[in-house]
Ligand binder design. Structure first.
Ligand SMILES: Nc1ncnc2c1ncn2[C@@H]1O[C@H](COP(=O)(O)OP(=O)(O)OP(=O)(O)O)[C@@H](O)[C@H]1O
Length: 275
């Protein structure tokens, strides 16, 4: 059950000096899909090994069809694996999903048109049977976090795409997930809105100390946001490189014009195989 008393604790920033626990461990993971025409199965992921630490910001980067979404969905327990293991805090993805430890944000915000912004953010807490007083307090906190305090009584169609995606993020965070899984959340947005949301997401991440797995096919976006970029290559989908992004934080937008940033972008680009 969500404990509203712990809201402040949730927003305590992590001490960077503390060692990080392993959050997600993936070993020899393969996922195959049957071929519709009865041919050889499609190998979406082949022998993926990856260890993610608590509080890390990891991007899964690669071209269309390399298995990014499949990897995210398998971790989220929305897709069956064919072989290998995934352990999340020592438990299975299913156990973690049932414990409501995942917050999921997809590319298009799936908002209820007939519900106000406040009531959209409230929805998962209602489903969990959280008392009204606690829900109200938490919705306010979440809207404050994503900068939408003035828009609580609006309906989704009255908001821009960027604002809708903020509501989506607030809703995903409402039930205090430990791990945020984001599948190309900003790819449909214009560059200006995307840059603003990048800054906001980093601020929220810093403040809430979540582990974030972020799917993208945009190299600059992955480098700007992440601690590490996991490069996936297609046919079959596999990890072809893991690049440490040792740029200091906080990262102002102007960092994208520095030599260090561009060197990392080139390093990531050069690590693709078979594209
Ligand atoms: N439900 C499915 N049934 C059959 N094949 C699938 C299914 N889902 C994914 N695939 C195949 O698995 C491979 C990986 O797909 P996936 O969607 O994970 O890639 P992706 O990197 O996320 O691509 P995109 O960037 O286009 O979303 C592709 O060849 C895709 O066609």
């Amino acid at each position: 059950m969500v404990n509203v008393e712990n809201i402040e604790e949730e927003f305590k920033e992590r001490d960077p000096a503390l060692p990080r626990e392993t959050e997600i461990k993936i070993e020899n993971l393969s996922v195959k899909f049957p071929d519709k025409d009865g041919g050889e199965p499609i190998v979406a992921l082949s022998n993926v090994n990856l260890e993610i630490k608590q509080g890390e910001f990891i991007s899964l980067l690669g071209p269309s069809g390399c298995g990014k979404t499949t990897l995210l969905r398998t971790i989220a327990d929305l897709q069956e694996k064919t072989s290998g293991t995934i352990s999340v805090r020592g438990l299975s993805p299913r156990e973690i999903r049932l414990q409501k430890k995942y917050g999921i944000v997809f590319q298009s915000p799936v908002l209820y048109e007939w519900r106000t912004v406040r009531r959209n953010v409230c929805m998962p807490m209602e489903l969990l049977g959280m008392p009204k007083k606690d829900r109200t307090k938490r919705v306010t906190k979440m809207l404050e976090l994503v900068g939408l305090m003035e828009f609580g009584q609006k309906y989704p169609h009255e908001l821009s795409g960027g604002m809708q995606q903020r509501v989506n993020i607030a809703r995903a965070l409402a039930i205090r997930p430990e791990i945020l899984l984001m599948d190309e959340p900003f790819s449909a947005l214009d560059e200006f809105t995307k840059e603003k949301l990048h800054e906001d997401l980093l601020r929220i991440w810093q403040k809430t100390n979540k582990t974030i797995l972020f799917v993208t096919h945009n190299i600059q976006e992955a480098v700007y946001l992440s601690d590490r970029v996991v490069v996936l290559s297609p046919h079959p989908g596999r990890v072809s490189a893991i690049v440490d992004i040792d740029l200091p934080r906080p990262r102002p937008i102007e960092m994208k014009e520095t030599q260090e940033f561009n060197a990392l972008v080139s390093k990531v680009r050069n690590s693709f195989e078979g594209v």
